[in-house]
Design a protein around this ligand. Structure first.
Ligand SMILES: [Zn+2]
Ligand SMILES: [Zn+2]
Length: 151
């Protein structure tokens, strides 16, 4: 019971923080936009539009796939979400906008965030080229799949 209470208050704090982030970049935090933003924040597996829509439309029956898509594009334009095209045919969305590397697991298809060192994140010139965006994609087998293999 205590744990449940604590979890609920944490969710509330989080919601108001997320709302503030939206407001700070000039986005009207409608119920649906906030729900999409919150989903991305809580699911760091880089979901697709479909994954977000399928999960949220259970609770928000008025939500359309187009709204999810348009909202994500707005978030990208404002710089609070990054779009990843690790596979040509699918766009994945990422709340974490700090530079980091991505590892796509060839077994479970999840995309994991990999921290990169500060020297890489602060690098703006590489061999005389100016860097505007850093996206590094790694492919491999993630630690949870490796663990399963060992069993
Ligand atoms: Zn895996
Ligand atoms: Zn990421």
């Amino acid at each position: 019971m205590e744990v449940k209470k604590l979890k609920m208050s944490m969710t509330n704090v989080l919601k108001s923080d997320l709302k503030k982030i939206l407001l700070d970049c000039g986005i009207q935090p409608s119920f649906q936009r906030l729900a999409i933003f919150e989903y991305l924040y809580q699911h760091d597996v880089h979901p697709t539009v479909d994954m977000i829509y399928r999960s949220l439309s259970r609770d928000i029956p008025t939500l359309s796939k187009t709204t999810v898509y348009n909202t994500l594009n707005l978030f990208i334009k404002k710089g609070i979400v990054t779009g990843l095209t690790i596979e040509e045919n699918e766009m994945r969305y990422d709340y974490n906008v700090k530079p980091h590397l991505h590892l796509k697991c060839t077994k479970c298809k999840k995309i994991w965030d990999i921290k990169c060192d500060a020297s890489f994140s602060n690098l703006n010139l590489i061999e005389g080229h100016r860097i505007l965006e850093k996206q590094v994609y790694l492919k491999g087998i993630c630690r949870s799949c490796l663990k399963k293999q060992k069993k």
